[in-house]
Write a protein that binds this ligand. Structure first.
Ligand SMILES: *Cc1c(COP(=O)(O)O)cnc(C)c1O
Length: 369
């Protein structure tokens, strides 16, 4: 791999293909695969990831918001796109770009029906979401008849799928709760489809659901984090390959004598003299202040260097007293050999937050081998 000369997020498409094939190997042959590419494909690059998966004939994409779907369409993505969390303010755009909304309240259902009707749509594909215990988005079980009635009144909309989302699919201590959600979803979706009287795709599982609840795959699964290379146990992590590697370089090295301080608010005082390397990445790039004071660790060569003092907006300083290194040397924050999950755990967070937080200022470089 070429050495970087500035802060760079490398995106490895071979790893993405591997993760996609691995997840597919967990499914029945006829189970559809929806790839979740919201939030810039979990902080990587949504267009690059979606183009690669479209080539691999993924069945569906999902994004959180309409604008994320518009960006994919403008980049030439033609695969169906489910919008998980559309807002009433720009439903027009969804129709203009053939984006399929998740309808989760009567208000959004009626608003979307109105907009689609105004635009003379017939059988516009929509997705109905039920709440089965996450208590975040979705119709309640007791709204089922109302939803069916509302949908029966119009030929503008056509229900393509009915779905729900698991609250704790990664946590086997919550297995009883999850099995309850699966059962509720099963009965709600069966009754919904019966009352609607036409075939509808059923889907419930995210990545952890796919791995932990093979009996609940239904007609389609929705995978995000697994595609990007993270499972939810150490054992599963071995089956995935992180697609993103965050790298930077040493800008400058300072020799700091005993008692001298480093960084804002004199966050670090050298106990007995230190060699300190400055790296051009900070909280504006997604390395939050909680990584300061030794919580965050970077790799230089194969040696580990802790962040000293406070994380600045554009820079961090790391202690390289025991590492032979030079200005211009490469620094790794996370990647296949140095998991974002481990770094995230040190800062009391999860891989999802660390990888989705890498800001748009960081250069993306695609490795396609
Ligand atoms: C984000 C999201 C997913 C993907 O979950 P992973 O744990 O990343 O696989 C699936 N479904 C819904 C509704 C989501 O919001």
């Amino acid at each position: 791999m070429p050495k970087v000369t500035e802060t760079t997020l490398e995106i490895n498409l071979a790893a993405l293909k591997h993760n996609f094939e691995f997840l597919k190997s967990k499914l029945q042959n006829n189970t559809l695969f929806l790839a979740v590419v919201k939030a810039f494909a979990y902080g990587s690059d949504a267009v690059v990831v979606a183009k690669c998966l479209q080539k691999l004939e993924v069945d569906y994409f999902a994004v959180a918001y309409i604008n994320e779907g518009v960006a994919l369409r403008k980049a030439g993505i033609t695969t169906p796109i489910l919008v998980l969390h559309p807002q009433v303010s720009n439903l027009n755009l969804a129709i203009e770009h053939c984006l399929e909304p998740s309808l989760y309240t009567l208000k959004i259902l009626q608003a979307f029906e109105r907009v689609a009707h105004q635009r003379n749509q017939k059988n516009y594909p929509v997705h109905i979401k039920f709440n089965t215990g996450l208590n975040r988005l979705g119709f309640e079980a007791n709204e089922l008849d109302l939803v069916v009635e509302e949908l029966s009144k119009t030929s503008t909309l056509k229900v393509k799928s009915v779905f729900s989302h698991l609250a704790a699919s990664e946590d086997l201590e919550e297995k009883a709760f999850t099995l309850g959600q699966i059962n509720l979803y099963k009965s709600l979706s069966t009754s919904f489809i019966e009352k609607l009287g036409c075939p509808v795709i059923r889907h419930l599982c995210n990545t952890s659901g796919v791995l932990n609840y093979p009996e609940a795959h239904f007609d389609m699964v929705r995978c995000g984090i697994g595609l990007y290379g993270y499972g939810n146990t150490d054992k599963e992590a071995q089956n995935f390959q992180p697609i993103a590697t965050l790298k930077s370089v040493i800008s400058q090295i300072h020799l700091v004598t005993k008692g001298k301080s480093v960084g804002y608010n004199r966050g670090f005082i050298s106990p007995e003299g230190s060699k300190i390397a400055t790296i051009p990445i900070g909280h504006a790039d997604g390395i939050g202040r909680h990584f300061g004071h030794g919580v965050g660790i970077v790799e230089i060569g194969s040696k580990k260097a802790p962040i000293v003092g406070n994380v600045c907006m554009d820079m961090i300083m790391v202690d390289v007293s025991d590492i032979e290194c030079n200005e211009g040397d490469e620094v790794v924050f996370f990647g296949p050999e140095f998991s974002a999950e481990t770094s995230a755990a040190a800062a009391n967070t999860i891989s999802y937050e660390l990888i989705t937080g890498i800001s748009q200022r960081v250069k993306r470089e695609v490795l396609d081998v």
